[in-house]
Design a protein. Structure first.
Length: 111
């Protein structure tokens, strides 16, 4: 018998793409969008317009952590985000949001 047979190592993984779901959440939850997402993206848009170098992880990590906490609390999927989200999930959320929103910023959004 293997030790992995005693533990369900994947028990906290959800049966849908959590990265996509969190990205939809941050854009569609009115309170989170207004208090966290929009201000973060506006700051990034200002940096882009002024020609500053943008480090997506540095600019968005705090907002994404807040999103994960809000998401877990709102949908009651876990007590702590670490129970569901890996570091890879966090990185993928940042990459997805940053690339998609940078397209919008270049088109003049967040002005």
């Amino acid at each position: 018998m293997k030790i992995t047979e005693f533990a369900n190592l994947d028990q906290n993984r959800l049966n849908f793409d959590v990265v996509d779901d969190v990205c939809v959440f941050v854009r569609n939850d009115p309170m989170f969008y207004r208090k966290s997402f929009f201000p973060t993206m506006s700051k990034i848009a200002d940096m882009h317009r002024s020609g500053k170098e943008i480090n997506a992880n540095e600019c968005m990590s705090e907002m994404v952590e807040g999103a994960l906490n809000s998401y877990c609390k709102k949908f009651d999927v876990a007590r702590m985000p670490d129970e569901i989200f890996t570091q890879d999930d966090r990185d993928r959320i940042i990459d997805k949001l940053f690339s998609e929103e940078m397209e919008q910023i270049k088109k003049g959004e967040y002005a």
